[in-house]
Unconditional design. Sequence first.
Length: 156
Amino acid sequence: MKQQKRLPKKMPNKSTKNDKIEFAGGDRCVYCGNSVNGNDTVIAKARVKTRSFPVCGLSCKEAAESYVENDKRLKKYMYLLILASAACILISSLSAGMSFLMNIGVVIAGAAFVFLPYPISMFETFQHTPIRRVVAVCRVIGVILISVGVIFMLYI
């Protein structure tokens, strides 16, 4: 008796209604915050290929997409640095005479905000607070934390 070859099962068609790119809408550029005209709107794709956001021009589109790519790669390092900072602060608060370690933790948190300004986890936030403003606020907070940490290290 001859054995027949088994044919592989056909895979279902992967195209579903969820494959469409969903436009988040909004009347402001997600990168700079300027208003966008409905006719001249350029679309920037987010980390998930099915989301897109309005931007006011090609330079903002490139900057927004670059931010999203860097966010995808570097956000975990920011969170790890903040976790390390919290661990330093916790250990120093439980041990007597370890204020130097607490100041190191504050400086680490500041460095995380200055060099890795990726605190936002939902990109819809950028419709209300543009990327450029988020980066500026993160860096200001980081500089303040680093300054406070260094000042207390020098005077304590």
